[in-house]
Design a protein around this ligand. Structure first.
Ligand SMILES: CC(C)(COP(=O)(O)OP(=O)(O)OC[C@H]1O[C@@H](n2cnc3c(N)ncnc32)[C@H](O)[C@@H]1OP(=O)(O)O)[C@@H](O)C(=O)NCCC(=O)NCCS
Length: 143
């Protein structure tokens, strides 16, 4: 398994993967737009040239914001998200802190983030839709 920067050629496959991972998946167009976003850095995890996971971060005025991270349902619990997250964190070395939001019920993701030094620091009421749910804000300050 290798972790490599996302390219425009990955967008279609990522949109298919996202449908397996989220109730409100991103479209191919959304991924393509992110490849053109100068603030964004995305990595994909590839096994035998097939994309099995991805994650992204924005660097906005020296603050990192994790936008998304997902792993194919059949490839979970093998440490792939941890590897992607480590890449994202090392990309944000110049940032003072990294923020993210996560669904309140998403214990797998909350545990993943806590394992990598993120702490809960707030709640965004009804931040998510389909279904409506609070967003937990998490922060990592020690870069
Ligand atoms: C959250 C997600 C990315 C984790 O991916 P993964 O590759 O399975 O995660 P890893 O194998 O790297 O696990 C790292 C840590 O995450 C936590 N974790 C992962 N899956 C978990 C689960 N089902 N329950 C509890 N903790 C879990 C554990 O702390 C784990 O460490 P451990 O193996 O030492 O116990 C994956 O479940 C996923 O794609 N979910 C759907 C998309 C999503 O919700 N993304 C997050 C958006 S904010």
């Amino acid at each position: 398994m290798k972790i490599v920067p996302m390219t425009t050629e990955d967008a279609k496959e990522l949109a298919v993967l996202d449908q397996l991972c989220f109730n409100v998946p991103w479209s191919e167009k959304s991924f393509l737009e992110e490849t053109e976003n100068p603030l964004a850095t995305y990595f994909v995890a590839k096994e035998d040239e097939k994309i099995v996971g991805y994650g992204g971060i924005w660097n906005v005025s020296g603050e990192g914001q994790i936008t998304n991270i997902a792993v194919h349902p059949e490839m979970r619990k093998k440490g792939i998200a941890s590897k992607i997250l480590k890449e994202l964190i090392s990309c944000a070395k110049s940032c003072e802190k990294i923020f993210l939001e996560v669904r309140e019920s998403n214990l797998a993701a909350i545990c993943l983030y806590e394992k990598h030094g993120f702490e809960k620091c707030g709640v965004r009421k009804n931040f998510y839709h389909s279904p409506v749910e609070n967003g937990i804000i998490m922060i990592r300050e020690e870069m």
